[in-house]
Design a protein around this ligand. Structure first.
Ligand SMILES: *[C@@H]1O[C@H](CO)[C@@H](O)[C@H](O)[C@H]1NC(C)=O
Ligand SMILES: *[C@@H]1O[C@H](CO)[C@@H](O)[C@H](O)[C@H]1NC(C)=O
Ligand SMILES: *[C@@H]1O[C@H](CO)[C@@H](O)[C@H](O)[C@H]1NC(C)=O
Ligand SMILES: *[C@@H]1O[C@H](CO)[C@@H](O)[C@H](O)[C@H]1NC(C)=O
Length: 263
């Protein structure tokens, strides 16, 4: 451990003890697992719950688009349909298995009128099947999702926007989060660089997630930009997911973190 690292760790420790860092991230980014088996709806749901996850819940059109792309992409041969955590009862009540409200208008999805059905994403559309039929399924974990805001702002403007509308600019605290971000950006097909919550402490020189230390990093060239040559804000490259420093006053599209309901 070299001198700079030691000093930094002491500082981080000091700041942690003094309560300057408030941990916003007891939460995890949502990540979907790849469909690998077919089961009936109830078995699929049980299996997801046993893994502390939940059958796929879609919160808006962007989620629906993601799932459609994911299924189309992975359906190279064997996966033709994937269960959604969605059921419709004979009283026409449509419910997500994790209790999230169903907000889709009938125009954006095609829910057939049948009794007691379970829904699956079938190629490009949503379809009702008997719940005892077997289909592939995906589970997800995590209570925070990625929101790409595809218009440009300075880092501060982006932070304000995310804090006003969601939780904050995106943070990536561990390998699981890195995988979640990669999955979302890859499937959604974004390219270019996006602001994330990375900022360099001008006083101490180390990088932080707004108010928490960076523990697991993914810098371009595997090296955190150092003062005095560094810029003080961080972007992620949507193609290779590497981070780099940028002048905070440059304008970039950005990525927010949004709280979602857990099952
Ligand atoms: C699920 O959560 C429980 C309680 O937190 C934990 O004991 C268990 O190991 C977790 N299971 C998996 C598969 O992660
Ligand atoms: C459910 O929806 C169908 C089709 O819109 C309708 O014909 C039926 O009466 C509805 N059932 C109930 C219980 O509301
Ligand atoms: C993001 O915005 C740019 C510029 O307006 C546009 O060219 C691009 O298609 C958008 N990307 C997505 C994935 O919507
Ligand atoms: C993002 O990464 C890709 C692949 O490594 C690279 O070709 C591209 O130039 C990078 N974009 C920016 C803006 O750095």
């Amino acid at each position: 451990m070299n001198f700079t690292t030691t000093v930094m760790m002491i500082l981080v420790f000091f700041l942690l003890c003094s309560g300057i860092f408030q941990f916003t991230f007891a939460s995890n980014l949502r990540i979907f697992n790849h469909p690998s088996e077919d089961k009936n709806w109830n078995e699929a749901r049980r299996e997801c719950n046993e893994k502390n996850g939940s059958l796929v819940t879609l919160y808006d059109d962007e989620d629906a688009t993601f799932m459609r792309k994911y299924v189309t992409k992975s359906s190279s041969g064997f996966v033709s349909s994937v269960w959604l955590g969605l059921t419709k009862t004979r009283t026409n009540v449509t419910t997500w298995s994790n209790g999230a409200p169903f907000i889709f208008s009938r125009s954006s999805v095609n829910l057939p009128d049948r009794e007691q059905i379970c829904e699956a994403m079938d190629k490009n559309t949503w379809k009702g099947f008997t719940c005892s039929g077997k289909h592939y399924f995906m589970c997800y974990k995590g209570d925070t999702r990625i929101r790409v805001i595809n218009r440009t702002a300075t880092w501060e403007e982006a932070l304000d926007y995310c804090e006003e509308n969601y939780i904050s600019l995106l943070w990536i605290k561990d390998v699981n989060d890195q995988e979640a971000v990669k999955q979302w950006l890859e499937v959604s097909g974004y390219t270019g660089t996006f602001w994330i919550g990375l900022r360099q402490s001008i006083m101490f020189g180390f990088w932080i997630w707004k108010d928490s230390p960076v523990l697991e990093s993914n810098w371009k060239d595997d090296k955190a930009p150092e003062m005095p040559f560094s810029n003080q804000c961080g972007v992620i490259n949507a193609t290779d997911n590497k981070w780099s420093d940028e002048n905070c006053f440059n304008k970039h599209p950005f990525i927010c973190a949004e709280k979602i309901l857990k099952y």
